[in-house]
Design a binder for this molecule. Sequence first.
Ligand code: TYM
Length: 332
Amino acid sequence: MEDKKKVIFSGIQPSGELTIGNYLGAIKNWVKLQDQYDCLFCVVDLHAITVKQVPADLRRRTLEVLAIYIAAGIDPEKNTLFIQSHVPAHSEAAWLLNCNSYMGELGRMTQYKDKSQKMGDSIVAGLFNYPVLMAADILLYNTDLVPVGKDQTQHLELARDLAQRFNNAYSPTFVVPEGYIAKEGAKIMSLQEPTKKMSKSDENQNSFILLLDPPEVIRKKVSRAVTDGIGVVNYTDEQPGVKNLIDILCAIKGLKPDEVVADYVGKGYAELKSDVADTIVAELSPLQEKVKELLADKSYLEEVYKKGAEKANYLATKTLRKMQKKIGFIPR
Ligand code: TYM
């Protein structure tokens, strides 16, 4: 009999247009891992509503994210691609895990602290509980590995803690998942404030490159990227703007920072920026074409997410039933 493959689960929120940060920190690695693992890739729409969404935009972006997964090379035949809200077990398991989570540990999440600051007096409870839903996503599928960007480390740690806590309180139920954070591309920084993460929710449009930005926009944004007055291409924390451009090159081309630095001896930032822009455009152009084609064929996308939901529902419900039984609910 064939050895059972290990399980990967990951997801992206359709809360804004995806950036090259999402692509290099997550999707590009998923593509590389899909043959060795049994993968579930989810469009996490339940997470997206922790901040206000315009319903029509949320619908459009949900399909767009799915199309991006496929266009980037994730094969819907080999992997389970689905929309989180199509699998009710995520919400149900999140409640069960919420009753095993502590206010203190959730209040310590840096992403919660950052995002809640922007909400003034009306901080929604969902934002606070969000990492518990993420833990449910992961734990429902007996996930071994979670490929994400560096910003998700703390959330992943919570998922591990909740798995262990549940296993100890009842009996072994969950696999305790490991994170997979690739060296290159794990944290792509803002082009305008390179000490801050590149984020799809940034108000400054020049701070990020969207996966669907046209080539001329990509070139303009890269040429405006903040660098420094040193004028020498080095990979150091003293030159965070230049370091970020090198990271982008490395993540796309599979190079090491030293190799890039060696290539630019005696060359300036203009040349580096022009090469970075060319590299991004070359990487994204075929993806953009494919996304356009996929979005024109809604019935195909529907087929993919329906088939994905069916498979995910089966797996997730099995784990949920186990949780319910151990907690003491009467089997239905
Ligand atoms: P989200 O939607 O903010 O981001 C999706 C993925 O992109 C990565 N990422 C980055 N990587 C490198 N540089 C950046 N600037 C950058 N910005 C974003 C993120 O690390 C992530 O991998 N909570 C998650 C979504 C989620 C999830 C899950 C992930 C919900 N349930 C279960 C894994 C497993 C989030 O908000 O990601």
